[in-house]
Design a protein around this ligand. Structure first.
Ligand SMILES: Cc1cc2nc3c(=O)[nH]c(=O)nc-3n(C[C@H](O)[C@H](O)[C@H](O)COP(=O)(O)O)c2cc1C
Length: 178
């Protein structure tokens, strides 16, 4: 299946994850740039749209969209992407390296609320959603420290054990549907 990873990342974790996925799938990858990359304004929902993409969404059978969650929201650059290309997208897999743990997924800032919105926007075109909570890479003594995940970024050193297992299962699942 002809696949591309589009990603947005502010601090680098989703960039790391997106590159890892594209590398393992040996597929194309492109970064999404908002016209105004101002974190605070985007958090407030102020939206000037995204810059034009270099690669055409319609050329791919499957889109893997990767990016963070802020304040329980489908963030502006990702929302813009989905709304603009909804009709050209054939299949989308949504992936997020986020802060919310699996046990928090249905809480106010949990990743499942964003996943449900993506499913609602794309209906049957949304094939799968996968979360990679950053707490998975924290040492046990910091896992319940609410500020610790904010200071951590995924990297080659900390991407191991539980997060690696979840990732390997995810990649197998994606490869199985090729
Ligand atoms: C202002 C702000 C708000 C956030 N809100 C949430 C949230 O509501 N739910 C969540 O799961 N993670 C939340 N996070 C955590 C980010 O999703 C997480 O740090 C992510 O890995 C950042 O991705 P990046 O490094 O690619 O920018 C928030 C982070 C920031 C900076």
């Amino acid at each position: 299946m002809n696949t591309i990873v589009y990603f947005y990342s502010h601090k680098g974790s989703n960039r790391f994850l997106a590159n890892k996925i594209a590398n393992d799938l040996q597929c194309d990858i492109e970064e999404i740039f908002p016209r105004l990359n101002a974190h605070i304004l985007m958090l407030m929902g102020i939206n000037f749209g995204n810059k034009k993409l270099k690669k055409k969404v319609a050329d791919y059978d499957r889109i893997i969209l990767c990016g963070p969650i802020w304040m329980g929201q489908l963030i502006v650059p990702l929302r813009n992407f989905i709304k603009k290309y909804r009709s050209s997208i054939r299949q989308l897999v949504f992936v997020s390296c986020c802060g919310s743990k699996f046990e928090q997924k249905d809480e106010k800032f949990g990743h499942n609320l964003v996943f449900n919105l993506v499913r609602e926007l794309l209906k049957e075109k949304c094939a799968h959603c996968e979360a990679f909570p950053k707490t998975l890479v924290l040492p046990p003594e910091l896992k319940d420290d609410p500020g610790a995940f904010m200071k951590t970024t995924l990297n080659e050193e900390n991407f191991k054990d539980e997060i690696q297992d979840i990732y390997d299962r995810f990649i197998t699942k994606i490869k199985d549907t090729i």
